[in-house]
Design a binder for this molecule. Structure first.
Ligand SMILES: C[S@@+](CC[C@H](N)C(=O)[O-])C[C@H]1O[C@@H](n2cnc3c(N)ncnc32)[C@H](O)[C@@H]1O
Length: 392
């Protein structure tokens, strides 16, 4: 059985929402707004259905062939390989508008799709599974793995490790490079035993990290150098990190002598690029805090190693908050509120948590004045968004 679906719009998770002949809602993988597609349903309920495109009857002008042999061979790493990269920011903006309207009841907040970043050779951090001792990606809509011969979205320094590396004792690898420094590292889970990597690549097992071994690389963003330890978070591309920091700077306005709090601050990216003096950085990861202390030594930043929800809030003029996918939630919002900040830059990587967090901050007295997207992950549905909130 297939369903013929008129596709209306993109929604969270990178899927499209459309309707079949009876008006039933169908969530479709691999479709674009304005298209008419045939869908093989994997879920076929009375009020809604879900499935993937089997045939495109009327194509969107934004559709293009994947231009990637690996995607053609079933690699599921890039779920938007069929979408023109130039069209992706505005489709992602649509998803954010939908989340703001449904979850925050704020359809009026302007959403700027932001700049288009290069769609090839961009990822300086890649996490992969391991199949037969080699780095592998999930196949589309499957728990099985695909062994790639190339990865066009990975930075060439990362791609070489993914393709050439051998990891006989692993089930997962995290490959990271500094695009500006040329330094490279692989974190192998659970063990790097027997692994081989190209010369000069630092190799460390997650078992060794647990045993206290330290390993890091350096990257430069906007001319500023950051130490990044094996267990620390870092944005997946340095040009995207710079673009995010620009949007945060725009959201916060003049920093001057303002008291700046950097929540979920990682290795200090935003404090460092904003040049915030004598601010506070709150971060739960010990590795990231150790990096931040090195990276921000010149600023006199107070680094606090604690979960945001357990942090004893300090008064602030400006707050940047960049939580994990689940968002700030009530406890994170309470911490922001307790700072009494005049302006907040909320960095979100999930449209649903963006919508929920904006709703909570709006109710607490912070007006969302605009959202700017930074398309850190072209060829995938993933997005980053910076929301400006101003205290009423
Ligand atoms: C999306 S990353 C952002 C890091 C940094 N702002 C950056 O751009 O590089 C989120 C960070 O929050 C940290 N984190 C996650 N949950 C946390 C919590 N409940 N309290 C404090 N930090 C947390 C993670 O360790 C990670 O470093």
């Amino acid at each position: 059985v297939t369903l013929r679906v008129d596709v209306e719009r993109m929604v969270a998770g990178g899927v499209a929402l459309g309707r079949d002949g009876s008006g039933r809602v169908v969530l479709v993988e691999g479709a674009l707004p304005g298209e008419v597609v045939e869908v093989a349903p994997t879920v076929d309920g009375p009020r809604s259905a879900r499935g993937a495109v089997t045939e495109v009857v009327v194509a969107s002008p934004a559709r293009r062939s994947a231009h990637c042999d690996e995607v053609d061979a079933g690699c599921g790493g890039c779920d938007w390989a069929h979408v023109d990269p130039a069209a992706q920011p505005s489709l992602k903006a649509e998803v954010v508008r939908d989340a703001l309207a449904r979850l925050a009841r704020r359809p009026d907040v302007p959403v700027d799709p932001g700049a288009v970043l290069p769609a090839e050779g961009y990822r300086t951090t890649v996490r992969a599974g391991v199949l037969d001792g080699r780095a592998a990606f999930h196949r589309r809509r499957s728990a099985e793995l695909h062994l790639p011969d190339a990865c066009p979205v990975a930075h060439p320094l990362v791609e070489e490790v993914l393709i050439e590396g051998r990891f006989p004792s692993a089930r997962e690898v995290l490959v990271r490079c500094g695009a500006a420094t040329g330094e490279r590292m692989v974190v192998v889970t659970p063990s790097a035993e027997g692994a081989t990597v190209p010369p000069g690549v630092r190799l460390v097992g997650s078992d060794e990290l647990r045993g206290g071994r330290r390993a890091w690389i350096h990257e430069e963003v906007d001319g500023r150098r950051f130490r990044i330890s094996a267990a620390s978070f870092f944005q997946a591309r340095p040009d995207g990190a710079a673009a995010l920091a620009d949007s945060v700077r725009d959201a916060l306005g003049d920093i001057g002598d303002a008291r700046v709090v950097d929540l979920y601050g990682g290795v200090g990216l935003f404090t460092g690029l904003l040049g915030a003096r004598a601010g506070v950085l709150v971060e739960r990861s010990a590795a990231a805090v150790a990096d931040a202390r090195v990276n921000l030594a010149e600023f006199g930043t107070r680094t606090v190693r604690v979960a945001v929800e357990r942090w004893r809030p300090a008064p602030a003029d400006l707050v940047v908050a960049d939580p994990a996918r689940s968002g700030l939630g009530a406890a994170g919002v309470a911490a922001v509120v307790a700072t009494g900040a005049l302006r907040v830059a909320l960095v979100s990587c999930d449209p649903a948590s963006l919508g929920r967090d904006v709703a909570l901050l709006d109710a607490a007295g912070w007006e969302p004045t605009g959202v700017v997207l930074v398309d850190l992950f072209p060829r995938t549905h993933h997005l980053e968004a910076v929301t400006t909130l101003v205290r009423r």
